[in-house]
Design a protein around this ligand. Sequence first.
Ligand code: ATR
Length: 278
Amino acid sequence: MDRYALIGHPVEHSTSPLIHAAFARQTQQELSYQALLAPLDGFSDTVRMFRAEGGRGANITVPFKIEACSLATRLTERARLAGAVNTLTFGDDIIIGDNTDGIGLVRDLIINLGCPLAGRHVLLLGAGGAARGAIFPLFQTKPVSLTIANRSIERAQELRAAFAPHAGQTAFTAGGFEDLGGWEFDVVINATSASLKKEALHLPRNIFAPDAFAYDMMYGASDTPFLAWARAAGVARLSDGLGMLVEQAAESFALWRGVRPNSASVLSNLRRKLASKG
Ligand code: ATR
């Protein structure tokens, strides 16, 4: 049986094994997918051992996504630009590193949530790894503008410098939260880790265009602090990032197995489970 794994630290509460098991059942693929805890100083040894035991591929999570870049012998363009790898595929003499997080976000927004990005004004909050992984896939959807806003302005500006050559026709700007005053956006994506820490972002309230969509990459049984804030600001179309989790997994699964699973049914099952915990 072909073996896959999620490698991270911690991994025990991860939903990925459930998601991949559901994809495998659905597409009648014979495979196993396990959560593998790597010691903080033992990521590459863990990968090496898993590969030696017949592992065919792995998803990589916190805190190893950057280290996984240097382990890969070949990087896809989106992984290289993200500076992070969440999907490794093992060949005989090759380890391909890819990043499916950003395409997962884009597919969730466009396909699952019916929120087009082409021709829209998009605001991305944050300048850490999560934001970085989203920028190139967001450009590929051809928004009319993409604005990065971050608490520390320098990090936003660093991302702007790194990604400007890839912006194409999209107007691409970066700044701090206070620079957002007076501007309205059709889609606002929270890629900061503030929701994880249950912290509020200090944003101007009037950043939402009429009929705007608010999206948080984090997810939970109830509104994240960012989504609660957006709702209070009058936004009616909102989503957390559970769909992004499922879509990045679907993209990895498709890369490994050459078949795209039906993510919608897996997402609705997970949503039900999550709601029953809330
Ligand atoms: P990740 O890989 O999850 O993106 P990270 O690289 O540590 O994690 O980045 C965290 C992001 O969340 C950063 O953009 C950080 O802002 P700073 O660059 O100014 O630190 C942002 N962040 C975290 N907590 C925040 C808060 N309370 N308010 C605003 N931004 C916050």
